[in-house]
Design a protein around this ligand. Structure first.
Ligand SMILES: [Zn+2]
Ligand SMILES: [Zn+2]
Length: 383
C-alpha cells in the first residue's frame, strides 16, 4: 500500500504499490517507484521535519524557490534547515530555461540535497538541475497548476520552445494543504484541467496499444484513470477537499515514474498545448490549454467512435461541465487563441511528436473537419 504517513492510507486507493520498492508487473517489466515518501499535512513546519527523518544529508542543502514562494514557504524552509545546523544555499528560479538550470546545477553539484519550494517553474528547474548534478530532490509545491509535483518529467524552455524532459522523480513529496488551498484559484483550476485531460491521454495510449502494438502497462493505466475519478469527485464536492486534487496529481506523477515517460498522462491534448506554446499564441497556462485540447480530442473521439464506453472516458460535454465547475476555460477566447491559430494547431500539432500515436495521427483532420470540431464544441464563441 502506498504510504502516506500523515493521512489515512484508505484515501489513496493504489493497491499493491509500495514506495521505494521494485516489483515485477503483469506488463512484463520490473517497475521501481523511486519516490520514497509522500506526506500530506496542513502545515509546512511539521512536514519539514520529515526531510531529516527520511534523508541522509551529508553536505549543504540547495533551496530553489521563487520571489512569491519565498514568502509562502521558502523562508520557513531556509530557517528550519539553518536552525538544524545545515548550510543552505538559496537560488531563485523565475523561468525554467536551460541557462537558469545550468546556473542552478553549478550550485547543486556542491550540495547533497536539493529542495524545491514553489510552483511549476521552481519545481521543474530544481528537478532537472538536481538530476543533472546527481543529487536527490524534494518537492514542496506551493500550488498544483499541473501534474508535475511528483513526476519525473520536467517542462523546460529550450529557446522559446517548451520541451518535456524525463529526469528523476522527487525522493520525497511534501504537500502542505494550507498553502495549496490559499494559492490562486486560476492555478488550481489549471491543475484540475491538466488532470481531467488524462481522459483523452489514456484513450490515445490505448489506441497506440491497439493499433500500433505499443507497450501498455495496465497497472499504470489504472492509476492514471483513478486520478481522473479523484478529480471528478473533487469537483463534484465543490473543490473543497484539496487533498483529493493533491493525491490525483501524485498518482499522475507515480504513473509517469512507473513507465519512465509521460505516455500515461499526455496525448493529443498535450500536443495541441505544446503547439500553442511553440508559436507563442494565447495567454493560457499549461493546464488551461490542455483542458481545451482535451475537449476537442474527446469530441474527435466521439465523431470517430461514438459516445464514451469506458469508465475513465468523459464525453466532450461532461468534460466541459467539469472544467467549467473547476473554474477552467472552456472556450478559446478565454485564453486569447484566435480561431485560425486553433485550426493550425489541430492540423499541425501531431508533427511535434510523430512517434506518440494519438487520435490525430490515427485519423488526421482536414481543415474543414478542424473547423467543424471547433464549432461542434462551441469553442469559438466569445466568452
Ligand atoms: Zn500536462
Ligand atoms: Zn507494468
Amino acid at each position: 500500500m502506498l504510504k502516506l504517513s500523515l493521512m489515512p492510507v484508505s484515501q489513496m486507493n493504489i493497491s499493491g504499490l509500495r514506495l521505494g520498492d521494485e516489483f515485477s508487473c503483469s506488463c512484463g517489466r520490473i517497475h521501481k517507484v523511486s519516490t520514497k515518501e509522500i506526506f500530506l499535512s496542513d502545515d509546512l513546519a511539521s512536514l519539514l521535519e520529515k526531510v531529516l527523518e527520511f534523508t541522509d544529508i551529508e553536505g549543504p542543502i540547495l533551496l530553489v524557490t521563487g520571489r512569491k514562494t519565498w514568502k509562502i514557504g521558502g523562508a520557513l524552509a531556509e530557517r528550519y534547515f539553518s536552525e538544524q545546523g545545515y548550510q543552505v544555499m538559496v537560488k531563485e528560479s523565475l523561468r525554467a530555461d536551460i541557462s537558469t538550470i545550468s546556473d542552478v546545477e553549478k550550485y547543486a553539484s556542491h550540495c547533497s540535497l536539493a529542495v524545491a519550494v514553489g510552483g511549476g517553474t521552481v519545481i521543474d528547474t530544481c528537478k532537472y538541475a538536481a538530476h543533472r548534478a546527481g543529487i536527490p530532490f524534494i518537492s514542496i509545491p506551493t500550488t498544483i497548476s499541473h501534474d508535475g509535483i511528483a513526476s519525473p518529467v520536467a517542462s523546460i524552455f529550450v529557446g522559446s520552445r517548451r520541451t518535456s524532459i524525463v529526469t528523476s522523480p522527487p525522493q520525497i513529496v511534501l504537500i502542505a494543504t494550507s498553502i495549496i488551498r490559499a494559492s490562486p484559484r486560476q492555478l488550481i483550476a489549471s491543475g484540475c484541467a491538466d488532470i481531467l485531460a488524462k481522459t483523452t491521454a489514456l484513450r490515445d495510449w490505448l489506441l497506440g496499444h491497439q493499433v500500433k502494438e505499443e507497450y501498455l502497462c495496465r497497472t499504470t493505466f489504472g492509476i492514471t484513470a483513478s486520478a481522473v475519478l479523484d478529480l471528478m469527485r473533487f469537483i463534484d464536492n465543490r473543490c473543497e477537499e484539496i487533498s483529493e486534487l493533491a493525491l490525483a496529481a501524485v498518482k499522475c506523477g507515480l504513473a509517469m515514474t512507473l513507465v519512465g515517460s509521460s505516455r500515461p498522462c499526455s496525448g493529443a491534448e498535450h500536443l495541441f498545448s505544446h503547439y500553442l506554446d511553440m508559436i507563442g499564441e494565447g495567454v493560457g497556462l499549461h493546464g488551461e490549454q490542455v483542458g481545451l485540447g482535451a475537449i476537442l480530442m474527446a469530441a474527435k473521439y466521439e465523431d470517430s467512435y461514438g459516445p464514451p464506453m469506458q469508465w475513465f472516458e468523459l464525453s466532450s460535454m461532461d468534460l466541459k461541465s467539469y472544467l467549467s465547475r473547476a473554474g477552467a476555460p472552456t472556450r478559446l477566447s478565454e485564453i486569447k487563441v484566435p480561431a485560425e491559430t486553433a485550426v493550425r494547431a489541430l492540423l499541425e500539432c501531431k508533427n511535434l511528436r510523430p512517434e506518440r500515436y494519438t487520435i490525430l495521427h490515427h485519423s488526421p483532420l482536414t481543415r474543414s473537419a478542424a473547423l467543424k470540431l471547433l464549432k461542434m464544441t462551441d469553442m469559438l464563441t466569445e466568452a
